[in-house]
Design a protein around this ligand. Structure first.
Ligand code: FES
Length: 93
């Protein structure tokens, strides 16, 4: 079932089911930090304001309460997230 992802101070979208949450945000041209893309570094961390995610790989990085690592999870319900520094959209080249 498709879930809605709402970005605080941004917009809402329905991610394609085959994309993890980081890929889904990138598909919407949202600027988001990342390095390892495998749950090791913690740099993709965002605030989970509402909803639930499901990890397909257990994160190695420390994940504080209320935070999630989008590179290794999917939306399990409708989500509201807050991206550090706000929702910025990549400019077209
Ligand atoms: S990019 Fe490294 S934990 Fe997500």
């Amino acid at each position: 079932m498709a879930h809605i992802v709402k970005i605080l101070d941004g917009f809402s979208f329905i991610p394609r089911s085959e994309l993890n949450l980081l890929e889904a945000l990138e598909s919407q041209k949202v600027e988001i930090e990342y390095q390892c893309r495998e749950g090791f570094c913690g740099s993709c961390q965002v605030q989970l304001v509402a909803g639930e995610v499901e990890y397909f790989a257990e994160p190695i990085a420390f994940v504080p309460d209320g935070k999630i690592l989008p590179c290794c999870c999917y939306a399990k319900s409708d989500l509201t997230i807050e991206i550090p520094g706000g929702c910025r959209i990549k400019k077209e080249q």
